[in-house]
Design a protein around this ligand. Structure first.
Ligand code: VG1
Ligand code: CO
Length: 542
């Protein structure tokens, strides 16, 4: 039976860069999940009898939240929900299922790379029918609904058990529990030359893929080991755990430092890779060489045509604004358009739908293509493998050749995590005020060419998004970018992105910190980072 229960709004149910993210205890308050899911449905129209895809990254509270969502979906009139077995679906697999099933949309339960467990983070994201994250127009409507909510609808029957594949009835709705990997794997087999990659492994190529005790374990085990023949044990931390074994499932040089050490060893694997909590990020380290995500995007874009799914070439490349300009050089050389969007995958959806961009990427370890409408960690690893198999060169050889051809964009991101919000806001406000006075100013060898608060005009739907990061551009192509994170759950996180272009191959082997030293110092001075944050150094450098 459908119940209509009274409720009152919660503050702050505003989705950020990638859905609503809060601490688990916030989500566990009575009516918190109910309110948000009801607000999502209230902001939408025309889903009666339609299909909703539901899955999550397996973190603590995943099953409970999914059970509640199913009961609310049934009460609101969805005809069918397609749920990954055990409540698991990687973000890209969910995106694919939405598209494949012609679903109305989907709910993804994840806080991505944020830590899990009872005191960790939780998150809910709504994706639209193209498989991509809801655009700002919808996320703002959801927030609007959450502020005036007075009731929610819920089916009073219990949700079916999530572990048994098959179809079950929940009130007027069918709950279909599906294998989370099968459809995704089938899609990957259409994009890449699996026989060629199998031959690569058969020839002794070694990979270590760290699933970080998160959602990609089952995907990587089945695709890399069982199907492609990577040695058993190549996939580590392959079982999704509610607390990710107490680690941050964030595949960067801090939280996956052990992979870095492994890859730098003389006898290390040919490729070390990892993905994050919900399977949409990727880390790529060749033996002896870490590939920055910005470089990875450029290399993948330059070589994608070797893979069967991209044989016809790519229509365009899109990157988020803070991502390095390495991809721009590939686009220019190939005479294809380059789109610069605000941070967050939701801004790529229209470009992909319109066929303007084929490959997209972010500096935060996200790369993807028009095969889904999310970034896709395993896809990136498979594309790398296909390129390695086709070119018969090592990761380091391919990246060095790329730098020689296109030049190298030295790049680093400095994060100041969980600083007091007041100081972070003051820093941004002060810098914003100072921007108009910067062009023409000289700082040592650097002259400011331009400075602005990045705004984006979507060429497809004409929408505008402002305040997407402060940019300081220098005459030699160097950049410093500042923005505040939209995925954190405590205080504010300041991200400072620093980039310098180096065309001379004789200077492609500097340590990044050295290559960027003058810019890093200037970034601190211009924004008075120490004064505003109280921090002498960043908490994480990626
Ligand atoms: C971060 C990254 C951004 C990414 C987002 C979601 O956002 O910078 O590039 O799209 O996380 O990634 P922010 O606002 O904290 O900088 V994930 O893997 O959380 O879905
Ligand atoms: Co993620």
């Amino acid at each position: 039976m459908i119940q209509t229960l009274a409720t009152t709004p919660f503050d702050g149910q505003r989705p950020g860069t990638s859905g609503l993210r809060k601490k688990v205890p916030v989500f566990r308050q009575p009516r918190y999940v109910e309110n948000f899911i009801q607000s999502v449905f209230d902001s939408l129209e025309g889903f009666a009898g339609k299909t909703l895809v539901v899955g999550g990254d397996g973190r603590f509270f995943n099953r409970e939240a999914i059970a509640t969502a199913l009961r609310i979906a049934a009460a609101n009139g969805f005809g069918r929900t397609v749920v990954g077995q055990g409540g698991l679906l990687s973000t890209p697999a969910a995106s694919h299922l939405i598209r494949k099933r012609g679903a109305f949309g989907g709910l993804i339960f994840s806080a991505s790379h944020n830590p899990g467990g009872e005191d960790g983070d939780f998150g809910i994201k709504y994706n639209i029918g193209n498989g991509g994250p809801a655009p700002e127009k919808i996320t703002e409507a959801i927030y609007g609904c959450s502020r005036t909510l007075t009731r929610y609808l819920i089916e009073d029957l219990p949700a079916p058990h999530l572990d048994t594949i098959g179809e079950f009835r929940l009130g007027g709705m069918i709950v279909e529990i599906v294998d989370p990997v099968a459809d995704y794997q089938a899609l990957m087999e259409t994009l890449f030359d699996f026989d060629r990659i199998r031959a690569l492994f058969a020839g002794g190529f070694q990979i270590t893929f760290d699933a970080m005790s998160a959602v990609t374990g089952p995907y990587a085990k089945r695709i890399l080991e069982a199907t492609l023949g990577a040695a058993e044990g190549s996939v580590i931390n392959a079982t999704p755990l509610p607390d990710f074994r107490g680690h941050h499932p964030d595949p960067n040089m801090v939280h996956a430092a052990h992979l870095f050490d492994l890859a730098m060893a003389a006898e290390g694997p040919d490729l070390c890779a990892a993905s994050d909590g919900d399977g949409d990020r990727n880390l790529i380290i060749g033996r002896g060489l870490f590939v920055t995500p910005s470089d990875s995007l450029a290399v993948l874009a330059a070589n994608a045509h070797v893979a069967p799914g991209y044989r016809a070439g790519i229509a365009g490349i899109a990157r988020s604004m803070p991502t390095s300009q390495a991809a721009d050089r590939v686009a220019a050389a190939r005479k294809i358009p380059l789109f610069e969007t605000p941070t967050g995958w939701k801004f790529f959806g229209n470009l992909l739908d319109a066929g303007l961009a084929t490959i997209c990427g972010e500096e935060s370890a996200g790369t993807g293509s028009n095969h889904v409408r999310e970034k896709d960690g395993l896809w990136a690893v498979l594309l790398w493998l296909d390129i390695l198999a086709a070119r018969r060169q090592s990761v380091a050889e391919i990246v060095r050749a790329h730098w020689t051809e296109f030049g190298r964009n030295y790049y680093a991101r400095h994060d100041y995590e969980e600083v007091p919000a007041e100081g972070a806001n003051a820093l941004m406000a002060g810098l914003r005020d100072a921007l108009p006075g910067l062009p023409g100013k000289r700082f040592g060898a650097l002259t400011v060419a331009g400075a602005d608060d990045f705004a984006y005009h979507d060429p497809v739907d004409g929408s505008d998004s402002s305040h997407q990061g402060l940019r300081i551009l220098f005459e030699d192509g160097s950049r410093i970018v500042y923005r505040l994170s939209g995925t954190g759950t405590a205080g504010a996180t300041l991200r400072v992105y620093i980039e310098r272009f180096e065309p001379d191959p004789a200077r492609h082997d500097l340590p990044t910190a050295e290559a960027l030293a003058p810019l890093i110092a200037l970034a601190g001075e211009l924004a008075e980072i120490r004064r505003h944050t109280g921090r002498a150094a960043p908490s994480v450098i990626t």
